[in-house]
Design a binder for this molecule. Structure first.
Ligand SMILES: [Zn+2]
Length: 150
């Protein structure tokens, strides 16, 4: 039994199909203009109906909001994966997302650090979005423009 895999249904199918192609999808509302994640049929901000909410590809940029380094998890398959950094990130488009930070030592994690999305194959053909530090990293999937300096 696995506890980390999504249940894909007809509604979320586009999300998982895009993830398998290395793209993170969001839902954006045509009425209030706000994006949300995880995908819901109705806008959770203004309750506009599903005919007003559409899929869009996220930039993949995010900042680290908070995290917790997990040292023990008895639920398969996490036991073989500890320690890992369970995290909440703020996507550039606004939504807050529960995920995991990879390719970073726990001691290197900082609130607000820039992250970029990457995908991990959690099972045959099922890819989940995780994040890794954006600075000094080059994505193997996409060529990114130079990071903005502020
Ligand atoms: Zn809305």
């Amino acid at each position: 039994m696995r506890h980390d895999l999504p249940e894909a249904d007809d509604f979320t199918r586009p999300y998982w199909d895009a993830a398998a192609q290395g793209r993170l999808l969001l839902r954006r509302c045509g009425d209030c203009g706000r994006a949300h994640h995880y995908p819901r049929e109705f806008c959770p901000h203004c309750w506009a109906g599903e005919d007003r909410v559409a899929w869009e590809t996220a930039s993949g940029r995010a900042t680290l909001y908070t995290w917790s380094v997990i040292h023990r998890n008895d639920l398969p398959p996490f036991g073989t994966r500890v320690p890992y950094a369970a995290a909440v990130v703020d996507l550039a488009e606004g939504p807050r997302m529960m995920t995991e930070v990879v390719d970073c030592e726990a001691a290197g994690l900082r609130i607000g650090m820039p992250l970029t999305v990457t995908f991990r194959e959690a099972a045959d053909g099922v890819w989940v979005a995780v994040f890794r530090p954006a600075q000094g990293q080059s994505s193997s999937r996409t060529q990114e423009p130079p990071a903005e300096r502020r």
